[in-house]
Design a protein around this ligand. Structure first.
Ligand code: NIG
Ligand code: FE
Length: 415
């Protein structure tokens, strides 16, 4: 079977059709086709027709799926994770849960630094194996593309190692991985010099190698009070941009610092978190092409109030949703939980949440031309639900109802 599939008479084809991010009210539109048929050839969506007899078939080897009872969506895009790490932080989590703030634990030398120690001490094979297991879980929830960040190495060799691990996992072909360099995730305890010296070290010693070995497409920074302030972040991002990296920021997560405005000014592909984004920040997002990537599972896990997703959409922003899966602030990969929080607690409609996880997630990775919707010419990354309507994604609260996942025209998961 050469990645060729015909799906006949699909009850509900939730196309999310489009080749660019959807902003504001456009996010409500899912472009649903009823009783249409779909042709996949060589892993690409080749044709979509009202009647399967009209499909322009050019191969002779197909898997045929009867779609009469099915709801089919584009594969989900999880556009913000830190899924390559070793060790866990369950003790810190307990302490946090009892009331110690995230930044307090970080100040004491725990938090990200804790995971850095464990990740530096891990063998490549261990990181690969952990990565494979996590990818398996992602796929079971319908994720067909994931972004992953470095940032648990904070020195040349271990930052490169995390990126190399992601590159090898990408080559294994189960999922597409967009890689982000996040060397400025925290100031490493063992670094001799100031924060600015560390940023200069990244620019001079690390980023050129990341570029040369084509290990990351994006450069990200934890732009936060007492981590990397606005001017330090700007210094790094401007240099990264000049080297050809696309930009992302962890912005306005704990304190309202203005990282959102900085990201929009520099033409970042996305600004992420945004719990404390100011009105000016939201306006800057609405009038730019920068995606507002919201991570409500993190707000939940930190017991912080949610980003103002409803306001952002009402103001005309393009919002994406992602898990932020990481060992500290958000140890969950759950898409069903993410959808529940977005809809129940941030007041997004289900349609907006789906847009945020598909075409807008793709746009948050600069891939809106190849994934994120069911359009002719796009990669055949799809999921089939257990129930005949996408509305069950809201109704069956926080439950995984993905039955089948198709990646580049190949069934990679069946419940
Ligand atoms: O996105 N905020 C910074 N970085 C991660 C957390 C990383 C960690 O705690 O290990 C985040 O929440
Ligand atoms: Fe993050």
């Amino acid at each position: 079977m050469a990645n060729n599939i015909i799906i006949k008479n699909i009850k509900e084809l939730v196309t999310c059709s489009g080749f660019k991010a959807k902003k504001g009210r456009e996010m409500q539109e899912l472009n649903i086709l009823k009783d249409y048929s779909l042709l996949i050839e060589d892993g690409i969506i080749k044709d979509i027709k009202a009647s399967w007899e009209e499909l322009e078939i050019s191969k002779d080897d197909y898997e045929v799926i009867q779609g009469e009872e099915l709801s089919i969506l584009p594969g989900f895009v999880d556009s913000h994770t830190h899924f390559i790490f070793a060790g866990y932080r369950e003790e810190e989590f307990y302490e946090r849960f009892k009331g110690t703030p995230y930044m307090e634990i970080m100040k004491r030398g725990g938090g990200i630094a804790n995971t850095v120690d464990k990740t530096r001490g891990a063998h490549k094979e261990t990181l690969l194996q952990l990565g494979r297991e996590r990818i398996k879980d992602m796929i079971s929830m319908g994720i067909t593309t994931v972004e992953g960040k470095s940032g648990y190495g904070l020195d040349l060799s271990s930052e490169l190692l995390q990126l190399q691990v992601m590159k090898e996992l990408q080559e294994e072909g189960e999922i597409d991985i967009a890689s982000t360099f996040l060397g400025a995730h925290a100031f490493p305890k063992d670094f001799q010099g100031t924060k600015l010296d560390y940023i200069k070290y990244i620019i001079k010693e690390v980023l050129p190698l990341v570029r040369k070995e084509d290990l990351a497409e994006f450069c990200d920074v934890f732009c936060e009070k007492n981590v990397f302030e606005i001017e330090e972040s700007r210094y790094l991002l401007e240099a990264a941009k000049a080297m050809g990296f696309k930009l992302k920021l962890h912005a306005d997560e704990i304190v309202s610092l203005g990282g959102t405005e900085l990201g929009c000014e520099l033409g970042a592909v996305s600004c992420d978190h945004l719990l404390q984004a100011s009105d000016e920040g939201i306006k800057a997002l609405a009038s730019s092409n920068t995606i507002a990537t919201l991570l409500p599972c993190t707000a939940f896990s930190l017991k912080e109030s949610y980003a103002r997703g409803r306001t952002m959409i009402d103001e005309g922003c393009a919002v994406a949703l992602a898990t932020d899966f990481n060992p500290g602030s958000c140890f969950t990969q759950s898409i069903p939980f993410l959808i529940a929080l977005a809809c129940y607690n941030m007041n997004l409609t289900l349609e907006e949440a789906i847009t945020a996880l598909t075409i807008n997630g793709a746009a948050a990775l600069g891939k809106e031309n190849i994934i994120g919707s069911i359009d002719i010419g796009k990669q055949a990354d799809l999921l089939i639900l257990k129930y005949p309507s996408y509305k069950f994604l809201l109704y069956n609260v926080a439950t995984n109802i993905v039955d089948v996942v198709i990646k580049k025209g190949r069934v990679v998961y069946r419940r």
